[in-house]
Design a protein around this ligand. Structure first.
Ligand SMILES: Nc1ncnc2c1ncn2[C@@H]1O[C@H](COP(=O)(O)OP(=O)(O)O)[C@@H](O)[C@H]1O
Ligand SMILES: [Mg+2]
Length: 234
């Protein structure tokens, strides 16, 4: 059976992602992220910074960096899914939504994975029903980990982007982010996680294995340069 019609996730974050204006500066930052995500063996990177730093603006920039000349292009070209946690939008906080989104993104880019899901009763059962919300852990196992294991083609890197992890924390508190702690290490190495969060200790000090915290000793100086650029631009 050919996977002819890739399915879309029930939720798409375009509206939130598009609400940002053109990004000023921050090229250095996007280049650092590209290096960490695409050229190292870390499973992913968490960028933690205060509210208003421009984390979501950077995510938006990467999501629309379709032009090869843009600094965000290397990340954009490997992006399979974007999840945005919004404390004011209940459904974005559901771990099952994150799982479905990720599966839909991989299926869109890799028809082989889509075919496997369609032929696998368990994967199908979880991803296309309420089960994924009832049991997001199982949904991740049967809808993502198991089908990925069955794939014969090994894609180059695939990036899963999550913005504002801190806004999900209240909701995900019950399972203490087990979804991320337990499942990320079991993903194949070609899947990379890039996430942003407010700089809060709850998240910073309990990163999933293999995820590093972005750090750059020159962040203050570089940010000051960006602000100068911003003022000149306006
Ligand atoms: N470098 C930048 N260039 C242009 N606009 C920016 C930049 N950084 C932040 N902004 C704008 O400032 C506001 C706050 O940024 P946002 O990305 O929402 O911050 P955060 O997600 O870190 O809380 C948004 O309207 C965003 O579009
Ligand atoms: Mg934000």
């Amino acid at each position: 059976m050919d996977f002819l019609s890739p399915w879309n996730s029930d939720l798409n974050f375009d509206y939130y992602i598009r609400m940002h204006e053109k990004l000023i500066g921050r090229e250095w930052f996007i280049e650092d992220l590209s290096y960490l995500v695409l050229k190292t063996d870390y499973r992913g990177v968490l960028f933690a910074a205060e509210m208003g730093f421009g984390k979501s603006a950077i995510v938006s920039n990467i999501a629309y960096a379709g032009d090869k000349r843009l600094p965000g292009y290397p990340l954009y070209s490997k992006l399979v899914s974007i999840h945005v946690c919004r404390f004011d939008s209940h459904i974005t906080l559901k771990p099952g939504m994150f799982v479905k989104n990720m599966a839909a993104g991989i299926a869109q880019k890799f028809p082989e994975y889509g075919n496997i899901i369609h032929l696998d009763r368990m994967a199908h059962d979880y991803l296309f029903t309420e089960k994924c919300f009832e049991d997001p852990q199982g949904c991740f196992d049967f809808g993502i980990l198991s089908p990925l294991q069955k794939m014969q083609g090994i894609p180059d890197k695939l990036i899963v982007l999550m913005d504002a992890l801190d806004e999900c924390i209240e909701y995900w508190h019950a399972n203490k982010f087990t979804l991320l702690y337990e499942k990320i290490p079991r993903l194949p190495k070609f899947i990379k996680i890039l996430c942003t969060s407010r700089n809060i200790s709850q998240i910073r000090e309990k990163l999933p294995p293999g995820i590093i915290l972005y750090d750059n000793p020159y962040i203050k100086e570089k940010s000051t340069e960006d602000i100068k650029q911003y003022i000149e631009f306006r």
